[in-house]
Design a protein around this ligand. Structure first.
Ligand code: 4AD
Ligand code: MG
Length: 425
């Protein structure tokens, strides 16, 4: 919290509480790079200082309090340097297990320490902006924050990815989505949103899947699919603008091509149908996808080569959609649904739909997927007492962070990732 004062302290004395990020020493001088939550700063101490011998003993990642005068110095990493007058070790660190060029697995084992890296610190700061922007966006647009249970008795997005939990003498599941409960809430609050941990027993080991991720969801009464698509576009643009406003330094540190995000902040996002997407794939990519098949990662990526902003894809085949997505009366083979796909190979960031209000259709869809409609009686009640058209969507927070930061893997978009292969530390 002190290093941010460095640029304004040239010629003055400053005290900094922080950690030793790097240390380089020769016979008569030691260079420390000290880091804190703001930044890093180079600090030097010479052998004519009475603390020199003590400074020699200070290891990497030790916590220290240093005091000295700040100067401008072109040769130092941030353009400033502190001449140390006093240095007080608060705790001398043991030999730090993370050194240069470590394997991904080791860095994941030491995630609790790797969090201190400048890379992950930058990502966490951007995540902080993204999460804050989501709350701000919905609150400013009249949405109430509404919480749903994490223990849920049934599926929302298909039984195969449910995490089963022992619940006293019974079993229940960890939430796959807040949606079904939000559909109850819109009859009271009309517009609701939430952001929270979501669980999927995903067998796919991809750079896009976590088994615990944060989903930001919204649900609104009286809203149709067009209104929903517009809301999603407005939200994503707002998030990107907020990151551009607050996190240029972090984006630069991550090596992100900021001009690509600036395009997203300005240009309209197109909407196309699933069928149009298949046409683009066939005509421009020579890829033939059979109508009725879901778009796989490869197909999403090839499609997105033709767009530099997120796009909304509507009207996926009804047959392959979750039970609550209604058929489109104008094209009954398709559903009133939408996904938003991010550019640059980041794939689906949002999934949503209008909600089916026809009890018979819902029961048919549930039975087809082997579910007992009896378990959804409470949900059917919502269609019996003053039913209204309503819609909603869910956004994968880590997918968005991963795209905005330009990460190689979604794992780094969350502090302690949980995947099929890892739930520690
Ligand atoms: O498309 P999904 O499955 O939609 C739903 O769960 C709806 N019930 C949401 C709603 O309408 N309220 O998931 C929504 C988003 C996806 O677009 C994706 O961004 C993210 O959640 N997501 C994941 N992110 C990380 N790891 C996973 N395993 C994810 N599964 C979905
Ligand atoms: Mg989806």
């Amino acid at each position: 919290m002190d290093i941010k004062k460095v640029p304004k302290s040239v010629g003055k004395t400053l005290e900094i509480k922080g950690w030793v990020y790097r240390k380089r020493e020769s016979k008569n001088i030691i260079f420390f790079i000290i880091r804190d939550s703001d930044d890093i700063v180079q600090c030097t101490i010479k052998d004519d200082n009475k603390h020199f011998e003590e400074a020699k003993k200070i290891t990497m990642e030790s916590s220290v309090i240093v005091k000295g005068t700040v100067n401008k110095d072109e040769r130092s990493p941030t353009g400033y340097e502190m001449k140390i007058e006093e240095i007080e070790p608060v705790h001398i660190a043991e030999r730090y297990p993370i050194t240069k060029d470590q394997s991904t697995e080791l860095l994941l084992d030491y995630r609790h320490l790797w969090l201190r890296s400048r890379y992950l610190t930058a990502v966490m700061k951007i995540r902080h902006t993204v999460v804050g922007a989501i709350h701000k966006f919905f609150r400013d647009n009249g949405y109430y924050e509404f919480d749903a249970p994490v223990f849920q008795p049934s599926q929302c997005e298909g039984g195969s990815t449910l995490f089963e939990v022992k619940y006293f003498d019974d079993i229940t599941y960890l939430t796959q989505s807040w949606q079904l409960y939000a559909e109850a809430a819109v009859f009271a609050l009309e517009k609701v949103y939430n952001m929270g941990p979501t669980f999927r027993a995903e067998r796919s080991k991809t750079s896009r899947h976590l088994s615990e991720f944060w989903m930001a969801e919204a649900e609104a009464a009286w809203m149709d699919i067009e209104g929903l698509a517009q809301l999603a576009k407005d939200e994503v643009r707002f998030i990107v603008k907020e990151v551009l406003k607050h996190n240029r330094k972090e984006l630069e540190l991550l090596g992100r091509d900021i001009s690509k995000l600036e395009v997203v902040a300005e240009k309209p996002f197109p909407t196309i149908t699933y069928t149009e997407a298949l046409n683009i794939l066939e005509k421009k990519e020579g890829m033939k996808v059979k109508w009725g098949k879901d778009l796989r990662t490869v197909e999403e990526d090839r499609l997105m080569k033709h767009f530099d902003v997120p796009i909304v894809v509507t009207n996926y085949p009804k047959e392959i959609m979750a039970f609550y997505k209604p058929k489109d009366p104008k094209d009954e083979k398709t559903a009133l649904c939408m996904d938003m796909l991010a550019p640059e190979g980041y794939g689906e960031i949002i999934g949503g739909s209008q909600r089916d209000t026809d009890i018979k259709e819902l029961e048919k869809a549930l039975k087809k997927m082997g579910e007992d409609p009896k378990n959804y009686e409470w949900y059917m009640d919502l269609r019996k007492y003053g039913s209204v058209p309503h819609s909603g969507y869910g956004m994968g927070v880590e997918r968005v962070v991963s795209w905005i930061c330009g990460l190689e893997s979604i794992r780094d978009a969350i502090p302690f990732p949980r995947t099929q292969r890892r739930f520690k530390p």
